[in-house]
Design a binder for this molecule. Structure first.
Ligand code: PMP
Length: 365
């Protein structure tokens, strides 16, 4: 009876389907399943990580440093921003989102979120009691951000505005001028979510805006191109004052010793990183071209490691079920607010997985 009302309104959380779950349900061997559902890096993490993890094992009885100087140093070099401007989260970028809420939200505050977008922002904001004000990525205009819908929702109680770019699940980027307009119109924190920035055009990267403006936080992660989704490491770049406040309320030991070793090693293996970026983009283009050949699919151009597909003749539920029976996991987008029941998101696979997937698709579409 003492459970908070807001918590009672939450539905059980359903994350993307795992290979293990589908293997159990459909009696398929896990190694035969093609997972194109969670925007991961199909080539996995740097092969150098294994050896470094083994060296850390004898120290596992000791608490980690909240964030080691080596990790901050490597991140600072990778991003070309001072260490003082970086905060690292041990439950991925999700933890940074949660920590933003802990730091900024008071009773009566609101958060502006254009949809369809990453669902975690709204979940996190609700937990801390924020009012959610939805703006929109305009379906009629290939999901371009409707800037006015953001600006019209901002008032003096707006604390945080989430701008996901490239946007999940639509794959497009937000026009820089529009982001600038929003930043300049408010003193609320503008979170620029760059989880997929490594797959976008290099000149689009807005990470340095975290230093240029004092109300910007750029969110990034090791879950995508670095292939470390299973290890849960994310980070934010923002002004030093905000980093200092956020560090006071963040879960203090969430960034485990193994996570820190994984992140440091991944950042040092430049060659593997560059290859994953290059091959990731190639894989996305292969999927885009392959999917475009099906006349009953509308495929959206993407700057991320997935493509959004509109189904013209079936629902996403039917489409995903047919694929699951054949051992392919893609993301049913009906759970994204503001999208409808006929969209799916397909993440990059290895070239061989893409080929098998496109072949299987001929049986369905
Ligand atoms: N932002 C976006 C846009 C995402 O798609 C995701 C993961 N799907 C995250 C943040 C969170 O990433 P993680 O917690 O794995 O670092």
């Amino acid at each position: 009876d003492k459970i908070r009302d807001i918590v009672k309104q939450f539905k059980p959380y359903v994350p993307g389907k795992s290979k293990e779950e589908i293997a159990r349900k459909y009696g398929i061997k896990p190694e035969e399943i093609i997972k194109l559902g969670s925007n991961e890096n199909p080539w996995g993490p740097s092969p150098k990580i294994k050896e470094e993890i083994l060296k850390e094992i004898p120290k596992l009885h000791q608490y980690p440093e909240p964030v080691s100087p080596e990790l901050l140093e490597e991140l600072s070099k990778f991003l070309d921003v001072p260490k003082e401007n970086i905060i690292v989260g041990g439950d991925g970028a999700d933890e940074v989102i949660d920590t933003i809420m802990r730091t900024f939200i008071d009773k009566g505050d609101n958060v502006v979120i254009p949809i369809p977008t990453f669902t975690q922002y709204a979940i996190s904001a609700k937990i801390y009691g924020a009012e959610i004000r939805y703006a929109k990525f305009d379906k009629e205009k290939d999901f371009q951000l409707d800037v006015e819908s953001v600006l019209n929702n901002i008032d003096e109680r707006t604390k945080v505005i989430f701008l996901c770019t490239p946007n999940n699940p639509t794959g497009n980027v937000i026009d820089k001028k529009d982001i600038e307009k929003i930043i300049n119109s408010t003193d609320a924190l503008v979170v620029i979510d760059h989880a997929y920035i490594e797959y976008a055009k290099k000149e689009y990267d807005l990470t340095k805006w975290a230093l240029k403006y004092d109300n910007v936080l750029v969110l990034r992660t090791f879950s995508k191109v670095f292939g470390l989704a299973g290890q849960r490491i994310g980070y934010g770049i923002t002004n030093e004052k905000i980093v200092n406040y956020m560090m006071r309320v963040k879960p203090i030991f969430s960034l485990t010793r193994l996570s820190q070793i994984c992140a440091i090693t991944a950042l040092r293996d430049k060659e593997f990183f560059e290859k994953c970026v290059k091959d990731g983009i190639k894989s996305r283009e292969m999927l885009y071209e392959g999917l475009k050949k099906f006349k009953d699919l509308k495929v959206y151009p993407s700057e991320a490691n997935y493509v959004l597909v509109e189904l013209k003749t079936m629902t996403s539920k039917e489409f995903c079920e047919e694929l699951l029976k054949r051992g392919v996991i893609v993301r049913d987008c009906s759970s994204f607010d503001g999208l409808g029941d006929n969209y799916v998101r397909i993440s990059i696979g290895t070239f061989e997985e893409n080929e098998r997937f496109l072949k299987i698709l001929e049986e369905i579409v």
